[in-house]
Write a new protein. Structure first.
Length: 181
């Protein structure tokens, strides 16, 4: 009887879904050689707080920055960093059209649901990060990527709120891996 009760308690604990905290977590990333150079594919797990989604729905634009570095370790000096790039994404909402927009550079994509914007933001695909000859030294390179919300581009009243509230401070840790071109 006690064994059956213990098994039931363990099963109910295993089925209970853990509460997901807001934040950004890197899931995976890779750099692949193509005829045009090297391209980056990465995936993040992004969890927005309800306050951030509400802010977007009320017209506040959110900016996210993806930082990428490729370095060559050296034993005699600081690491060589042949590649250091950033890409900025902007999420906006247009109430008149009832559309969300995710833009980066001159490119953009429209969505009717906020969840679709987040799902697209979570995936970085085919980002050209280096020319064919940029990684000419033999051996392994160390790659690192992270994503963070850029609170400096928020309107001033929200910047003050970002200092005091963890809802506004979304950032991932650096995700590091080895690349052998």
């Amino acid at each position: 009887m006690r064994a059956a009760m213990a098994a039931l308690v363990l099963a109910s604990l295993a089925l209970a879904a853990p509460a997901r905290a807001e934040g950004i977590e890197p899931v995976r990333a890779k750099v692949e050689a193509t005829p045009d150079g090297y391209r980056l594919d990465a995936q993040f797990d992004i969890r927005f707080s309800p306050r951030l989604e509400e802010a977007v729905n009320r017209g506040v634009a959110l900016y996210f920055v993806v930082d990428f570095e490729l370095s060559k370790p050296r034993w005699y000096w600081f690491d060589e960093k042949p590649v250091q790039l950033t890409r900025t994404y902007k999420i906006t909402y247009t109430p008149l059209l009832r559309q969300y927009r995710l833009s980066w550079g001159a490119a953009y994509q429209n969505f009717s649901r906020f969840e679709d914007v987040v799902a697209t933001l979570e995936h970085v695909r085919g980002w050209p990060v280096a020319d064919t000859g940029a990684l000419r030294r033999p051996g392994d390179y160390q790659a690192a990527i992270r994503m963070r919300m850029d609170t400096t581009q928020l309107p001033k009243p929200f910047q003050l709120n970002a200092v005091a509230s963890s809802d506004w401070n979304l950032a991932s840790d650096w995700y590091r891996w080895t690349v052998n071109p």
